[in-house]
Design a protein around this ligand. Structure first.
Ligand code: PLP
Length: 360
């Protein structure tokens, strides 16, 4: 039986991508060397980075005036780098709190400037996206988490920033490249690769160049976006293999038809599971209907009396893995990123149906 990995991250990758990764680990670009051994200063690797950047710009339709960076430290380091680079000493920014990752972003901002929480959905265990809130007119930026990996909510429409000189900053770690977005609404987007793009070890940052101060802030060199813009993400030794895998994922996205097609597939895939949750008597969704994520689908037993039954064990016997919900939510979570094939969705839906029959 085929194995399907529903892990929230590191997560499923396309077969084409894994095959390319495996081949390149033995020999890359007819060099007689493994990609793992190659200098980042070599022509081959410099052009790999150029290619990954060009594909990113092309697939996301990034306008002039933005830089794409390949950094380390995960999305978690961006929680700090964003306010360090964008806020003046003691400056403030608005934050929309929609889950644990947003809370961490707020905590890091407060070490540098002041995070003004404009709204939070914590009152209902982050089961919805707040839509009505007022922003601070002087805030430098409005920070959002576009998809809440743990709770399974996702922005379907992005908020407008009220400060005319302000801009949106988004943590898109778990839904970048899952749908087309209008980049010009954003000043900065960051995403750790290990959800929808590749392996851990690289974080994509898309930044509008003119939001960075001309003046030097005397930041640590490695924490200054300008360092990485100037050196095309090669100031120090970059995570070459991770960027290679991301580039292969982007090629695969091109091959299946680009982001319009990917968005259509994601809608259909998630739709099948939400439909089954609705139909199935033993499961329910804890998430507000309009805000349900197409990437992470949490669900629970519909009755307390079911708590002793073992759906996870039932699934693992069918080689359906990593369906346990995050400890702060409980229940189950199916992470169905771009690379989860429709057959995996069908296998999960079948398991849900068979489990229901078993119980009755
Ligand atoms: C996984 C995740 C993070 C943390 O990413 P790291 O790369 O482990 O630092 C941050 N934000 C979101 C939305 C995530 O899904």
């Amino acid at each position: 039986m085929k194995t399907y990995n529903f892990s929230a991250g590191p997560a499923v990758l396309a077969n084409d991508v894994l095959r390319a990764a495996s081949n390149s680990a033995l020999e890359y670009a007819h060099s007689g060397m493994s990609i793992l051994e190659m200098s980042h200063r070599s022509k081959t690797i410099v052009s790999l980075f150029d290619e990954a950047t060009a594909r990113t710009k092309d697939l996301l339709n990034i306008p002039e005036g933005y830089s794409v960076l390949w950094l380390q430290g995960g999305a978690s380091l961006q929680f700090s780098m964003v306010p360090m680079n964008l806020l003046a000493e003691g400056g403030f920014a608005d934050y929309l709190v929609t889950g644990s990752w947003s809370i961490k972003a707020v905590q890091e901002c407060n070490k540098i400037g002041k995070a003004n929480i404009v709204a939070s959905s914590e009152d209902q265990n982050f089961s919805y996206i707040p839509k009505e809130f007022s922003q601070n007119i002087d805030s430098k930026y409005l920070h959002i988490t576009s998809n809440n990996t743990i709770y399974g909510t996702q922005f379907k429409k992005f908020p407008k920033v009220s400060n005319t000189n302000g801009y949106l900053v988004a943590d898109m770690s778990s839904d970048i490249f899952s749908r087309p977005i209008n980049i010009s609404e954003f000043g900065l987007i960051y995403a750790g690769a290990q959800k929808n793009l590749g392996p851990a070890g690289v974080t994509m940052v898309i930044i509008k160049d003119d939001i960075l101060d001309e003046r030097s802030k005397n930041l640590a060199t490695m924490l200054d976006y300008k360092t990485h813009i100037k050196k095309s993400s090669m100031f120090n030794t970059p995570p070459v293999f991770s960027v290679f895998v991301v580039n292969e994922t982007l090629k695969w996205i091109e091959k299946i038809g680009g982001l319009d097609k990917v968005a259509q597939l994601n809608k259909a895939k998630a739709g099948k599971i939400y439909q089954e949750i609705k139909r199935n008597n033993i499961f329910m969704s804890p998430i507000a209907k309009d805000d349900r994520s197409l990437m992470n689908v949490p669900f629970k037993y519909s009755h307390k009396s079911l708590e002793d039954s073992d759906f996870l064990d039932f699934c693992s016997k069918r080689n359906l893995y990593s369906l346990k919900g995050h400890r702060s939510v409980g229940g189950f979570r199916a992470s169905i990123y771009n690379a989860m094939p429709e057959e995996g969705i069908d296998a999960l839906v079948n398991a849900m149906q068979d489990f229901e029959k078993n119980i009755n």
